[in-house]
Write a protein that binds this ligand. Structure first.
Ligand SMILES: *Cc1c(COP(=O)(O)O)cnc(C)c1O
Length: 395
C-alpha cells in the first residue's frame, strides 16, 4: 500500500508538470493587485453602488497625479465613450470630416460615425507604426482643396503603446488650427520626451478594458481641461440642466463610470507602475531571445525619445528569411496552446469604411500582412516567454 501511495504521488507530480508545461499562454490577461476588493467592499459598505462616488473621484485624482501634467480626468464607461464625448466637445457634427489613423482598432473610428461625421484615414510611418505626419499634412491640404473645409479633428493613436510622433503632429495641427484627440487607449504609462502619452493633444482617451494596461473590468477616461471636464460630466450624465426638475437643452449620454468599477481602478493604480515595468521587461526578454532568429524582428522604440509601455510586444515575420509566414507561426503557436494575434486590420481595408477617403503609403497593409502580437500580459513568467520563443524557434 505504502509503495503504491508513493507512486501515485509521483505520478500526480508528473501530471502536474505536464499540465503546467502545456497550460494555455494568453495574449494579455488582467492582473489584480489585491487592493481592488477593499475599495469595492467600501462602496458596498457605504452604499455607493451608483455611477459616481468616492471611488470615481479618487480614481480620477490618482490618474491626474500619475499623468503629471496640469490636466483633468473624467472616468467614463468605456474608452469608446471617451472618444465619442471628445469629438462632441470638439464640436464635430453631421457631415464634418475627421482625420483618423487607419492602423488601429475600430473603436478609434466608430465614434466619428456615431456623429454622422466622415472619417478620413491616414496611413502610418515605419518608425512608430503610427500616423505619418507627412501624409497627415497631405490629407489636410487635399481635403481643403476638395471640400473647401478643414477637417474638424485629428485622431492619432499610440498603437500597442508606442507613442506617435506627437511633436510633428501637434505642429501640423497647430498650423492649420485643427484640434487633436489622442487615442491613448493602449498607451497608459508610455512617454515621449519624458511626457506621458495622453497629455499632448487638446483631449485624450484612455481605456480600462479587460486586457489594457489596467482594468476596471470595462471603462475609460477623457483627459482634458477643467472646463472640458465639467462639460464631459454634463454630457456623460444625460445632459441635465441646472434645475430641480429634469430639464434638457442638449442630447445627453449615460457614460459615467460606476463607483464599483472605479474601485477596481483605484486598486489597479497601486500596480500600474509594476505592470508597465513588467511589460517592458517582457519586451526586452523577447528582443534578447529572438535577436538571432532569421526573418523575425521585434518592434522597438525608434530612439531614446520614445518610451513605449510595450502593452503588447509585436514581431514582423519576413516569410522569405523566416521560411514561414506570419499565419504559419500563429497557427502553430495556437496548436501549442499559445495565443497570438495578427496586428490590427487597417480601417481603410474594413468593409464598413470602404467609402472613406484614404491617404496611404502601403505601411499599414504590410504590417497587417506580416505582423504578430505575442503574449505580453503581466501575469506571464520568464518561463512562459521562453516557451513562446522556443516554440517559434522550433517552427
Ligand atoms: C481598446 C481600445 C479602444 C476602446 O476602448 P474601450 O474601453 O474598449 O471602449 C479605443 N482605441 C484603441 C486603440 C483601443 O485599443
Amino acid at each position: 500500500m505504502f509503495w503504491r501511495w508513493e507512486t501515485n504521488v509521483k505520478l500526480l507530480r508528473v501530471y502536474k508538470i505536464i499540465l503546467l508545461m502545456n497550460k494555455r499562454i494568453w495574449l494579455s490577461l488582467a492582473h489584480m493587485g489585491g487592493r481592488e476588493q477593499d475599495f469595492i467592499k467600501e462602496a458596498f459598505d457605504t452604499n455607493w453602488v451608483v455611477p459616481l462616488g468616492p471611488n470615481v473621484d479618487a480614481f480620477e485624482q490618482s490618474l491626474v497625479e500619475y499623468l503629471h501634467e496640469d490636466r483633468y480626468v473624467v472616468a467614463l464607461s468605456a474608452g469608446t465613450a471617451a472618444l465619442h464625448l471628445g469629438l462632441i466637445l470638439l464640436g464635430v457634427k453631421s457631415g464634418d470630416e475627421v482625420i483618423c489613423q487607419s492602423f488601429t482598432f475600430a473603436a478609434s473610428a466608430n465614434p466619428i460615425s456615431y456623429l454622422e461625421a466622415k472619417p478620413v484615414f491616414v496611413d502610418s510611418e515605419k518608425d512608430t507604426w503610427n500616423m505619418d505626419p507627412v501624409l497627415l499634412e497631405e490629407a489636410i491640404k487635399d481635403r481643403l482643396r476638395k471640400t473647401g473645409k478643414l477637417p474638424k479633428a485629428i485622431i492619432p493613436v499610440h498603437l500597442y503603446g508606442m507613442p506617435a510622433k506627437m511633436d510633428e503632429i501637434m505642429d501640423i495641427a497647430g498650423r492649420y488650427g485643427i484640434p487633436v484627440l489622442e487615442d491613448a487607449a493602449e498607451a497608459l504609462g508610455s512617454e515621449l520626451n519624458g511626457r506621458k502619452c495622453g497629455t499632448f493633444g487638446e483631449l485624450a482617451a484612455l481605456s480600462f478594458n479587460g486586457n489594457k494596461m489596467i482594468t476596471t473590468s470595462g471603462g475609460g477616461a477623457l483627459i482634458c481641461t477643467e472646463e472640458e471636464a465639467k462639460q464631459t460630466k454634463f454630457y456623460a450624465t444625460q445632459a441635465r440642466d441646472a434645475a430641480p426638475h429634469y430639464q434638457h437643452t442638449h442630447i445627453g449620454y449615460n457614460y459615467r463610470m460606476s463607483n464599483i468599477c472605479a474601485g477596481i481602478g483605484r486598486g489597479q493604480m497601486y500596480v500600474l507602475e509594476d505592470h508597465v515595468a513588467r511589460r517592458r521587461t517582457i519586451h526586452s526578454l523577447y528582443v534578447d531571445l529572438l535577436k538571432d532568429v532569421a526573418g523575425i524582428t521585434v518592434m522597438e522604440n525608434p530612439d531614446s525619445r520614445f518610451a513605449s509601455n510595450f502593452w503588447l510586444t509585436c514581431i514582423l515575420v519576413d516569410p522569405k528569411l523566416a521560411g514561414k509566414s506570419r499565419e504559419d507561426i500563429r497557427l502553430r503557436l495556437d496548436s501549442e496552446n499559445i495565443e497570438t494575434r495578427p496586428l490590427w486590420k487597417p480601417m481603410h481595408l474594413q468593409p464598413v469604411f470602404t467609402d472613406a477617403p484614404f491617404y496611404g503609403n502601403g505601411t499599414s497593409e504590410r504590417l497587417f500582412d506580416i505582423g504578430l502580437c505575442l503574449p505580453s500580459g503581466p501575469t506571464l513568467t520568464d518561463e512562459d516567454i521562453r516557451r513562446v520563443v522556443d516554440t517559434i524557434r522550433a517552427i
